[in-house]
Design a protein around this ligand. Structure first.
Ligand code: NAD
Length: 282
């Protein structure tokens, strides 16, 4: 049976209607779990090279890419295939509808690299992909803009498929420079040109409400966003089947935990925000 949003959420919405700044959504792998994309903490998170199992924290590093570029690329092409085979779910679609209704009153910071928010209809202008996009690559040797991975690389990469000469040649730039996946690795730093660091911090400093969906908050910037909103005394709503560090950010009466899946809560909350704020929210 559908659960009610409850009186606390109504109080929060009453408060934010009278405030200024965008409603900021911060999403992680959990929002795409119901589209069939495994989270890092799920059972399919590891990767095998030879006889060794690597956890994402070991695989998704610049250091690993330098040591075993073919294996790291094969892992990303497999994950890209999984993402491309997935469709946006009701939570992604609800956020696209909400952006359409609120315009500049809406902003989305996502840790996801799957591109599903954009495929659901959210705009690139208001979607900060702070960990990159798995469908893109950029030069490995010097800074360069990200470009789409060539379609000819294909999207049928299984876990078992190894990188071959043909794919290796496609994952290069015309001058022969090797490409790297356009994703932020665990041993790298956020920046604005690739990952919208400054934009994400600025919107946290301006938002009227923060809604955090499907993330463990294991990396620095998402938690920083939560702390900025908490320090400003803004209400924070956390949607997750399990508790996480966002639940205990700032004053307890400013944080509301909607325990459950993104599919259960996001469409309902987004629809209610739209009803309360409509097109007047800028
Ligand atoms: P995580 O794997 O560390 O945690 C997933 C979180 O989602 C957990 O808190 C879990 O309780 C919650 N969750 C699981 N099912 C859910 C559901 N149906 N609805 C709502 N929440 C649900 O993910 P993270 O915190 O985003 O951080 C991991 C890193 O992994 C990020 O950097 C991200 O870029 C990357 N990643 C991305 C994808 C993707 O793009 N879809 C997938 C896996 C990992």
């Amino acid at each position: 049976m559908a659960r009610e949003l409850g009186p606390r959420i109504e109080e929060i919405l009453e408060e934010v209607v009278g405030d200024t700044g965008p409603v900021l959504w911060l999403t992680g792998a959990g929002i795409s779990a119901e589209s069939g994309i495994p989270t890092f903490r799920g059972e399919e998170g590891y990767w095998q090279v030879g006889s060794r199992h690597y956890q994402p924290q070991e695989m998704a590093t610049w250091r690993s890419f330098c040591r075993m570029p073919d294996e790291v690329w094969a892992w990303y092409l497999y994950r890209r295939s999984v993402c491309r085979a997935a469709d946006p779910n009701s939570a992604h679609r609800a956020l696209a509808d909400l952006e359409e209704a609120l315009g500049d009153g809406f902003c989305l910071v996502t840790q996801n690299v799957d591109g599903l928010h954009l495929r659901a209809g959210n705009s690139l202008a208001r979607t900060y992909q702070i960990h990159g996009n798995i469908d893109y690559m950029r030069r490995a040797d010097v800074d360069s803009p990200a470009i789409p991975i060539p379609e000819t690389v294909g999207e049928d990469w299984t876990r078992e498929r190894a990188l071959d000469d043909e794919a290796r040649a496609l994952l290069c730039f015309p001058d022969g420079a090797p490409a790297r996946p356009h994703v932020l690795w665990f041993d790298e730093c956020y920046d604005e040109p690739n990952y919208r660091l400054d934009s994400a911090v600025s919107v946290a400093a301006a938002c009227r409400l923060l809604v955090v969906v499907g993330t463990t908050g294991g990396t620095n910037l998402p938690l920083q966003i939560g702390m900025i909103a908490a320090r400003r005394g803004k209400p924070i709503i956390v949607i997750n089947p399990e508790s996480n560090p966002f639940v205990s950010l700032g004053d307890s009466d400013r944080v509301t935990f909607l325990q459950g899946t993104a599919g259960a809560w996001v469409p309902r909350l987004a629809a209610r925000i739209e009803e309360r704020m409509g097109s007047a929210a800028v």
